[in-house]
Ligand binder design. Structure first.
Ligand code: R5P
Length: 298
């Protein structure tokens, strides 16, 4: 069990903060799990330690929320796994931060997406992630120069919509969300609309819906909730269109402090998320989707 035609026996690795999710992947594949140990020195530097690899395909599972503190340790782990003898080192990053800064929005800014992508592409042979906000590129390998690909989460979200929000209109808060919204709505057999969003700052957006849908209940779907203003404004705008029964589903529940309460205050009924980032709103499981993707490359 667990032999990988492209890199020896598969073994799943994770830091302590992601062990529960990684163990789900290991269990689904029937392969071993091994922890990555992390030591913090008094000066703030870190040291990672991994077990001997003996030619294995090492898969590190690490969600890259809170990225500034996590990315460096993730790169150290990739290096450690290779030096410990792994023949192939892959990263499963259920959430991959910095993917939204995908162009120079204002003069003087970097394209952070490309900087992070280059670091990961050099460290790993393969990277798998979910809904990484690829609105201006065709595929993830353009951003992360290795065997990088995305795992579809729309079918899992559609199953939730079909089961828990029958007869709703599926709503995308902005034009960039339309592919995701359409995939979910088609799979759920629902009507769908997208809004026009203008962002005036980190915590200020305006959303306009050109038409009022026929349905009397709505589910807003989005790739990420960060400050929460997109969800809150979409809820308020739908309520202005007399749709009072509004749920929200996001893939990545970043939810900055106060964000969830703000979306609730705006009038959202249920707020649920996929479990790519551990959060009280988690209701849609995703580990098995990564296990399935890893099974296909074995
Ligand atoms: C933007 O294009 C994304 O799809 C999300 O709508 C956005 O990043 C959510 O951020 P916030 O919660 O801060 O409005």
């Amino acid at each position: 069990m667990g032999n990988d035609s492209r890199g020896g026996e598969l073994r799943i690795h994770a830091f302590a903060d992601g062990a529960a999710y990684a163990r789900q992947i290991a269990r689904a594949l029937g392969v071993p799990f091994a922890p990555v140990k992390l030591h913090r020195f008094p000066d703030g530097e870190s040291l990672v330690r991994v077990a001997p690899q003996a030619g294995r395909h090492a898969v590190l599972v690490r969600t890259l929320s809170d990225p500034n503190s996590k990315i460096l340790d993730t790169l150290f782990a990739a290096d450690a796994l290779r030096r410990a003898g792994a023949s192939r080192v892959s990263l499963v990053a259920p959430y991959l931060a910095y993917m939204r800064q995908d162009k120079v929005f204002h003069p003087g800014e970097p394209i952070s997406q490309r900087v992070v992508g280059k670091l990961l592409g050099e460290a790993f042979d393969a990277v798998l992630t979910m809904e990484p906000h690829l609105h201006r590129v065709k595929n993830l390998a353009e951003v992360i120069p290795c065997e990088a690909s995305t795992v579809a989460v729309a079918p899992a979200v559609a199953r939730w919509v079909k089961r828990a929000a029958k007869g709703c209109v599926v709503v995308g808060p902005d034009a960039e969300s339309w592919r995701f919204v359409e995939a979910i709505a088609r799979a759920a057999g629902a009507e769908w609309i997208v809004g026009e969003k203008t962002r005036y700052g980190d915590r200020r957006v305006k959303i306009v819906f050109a038409r009022t849908p026929a349905a009397k209940r709505a589910v807003i779907v989005d790739d990420i909730a960060s400050s929460g203003v997109t969800l809150a404004e979409a809820v308020r705008e739908l309520r202005r269109h007399r749709i009072v029964n509004v749920d929200a589903v996001v893939v990545h529940a970043v939810f900055a402090p106060g964000a969830l309460a703000m979306v609730r205050r705006a009038g959202a009924r249920r707020i649920v998320s996929c479990d790519t980032i551990s959060h009280p709103t988690n209701a849609i499981k995703t580990a098995s989707l990564f296990a399935e993707a890893l099974r296909r490359v074995r």
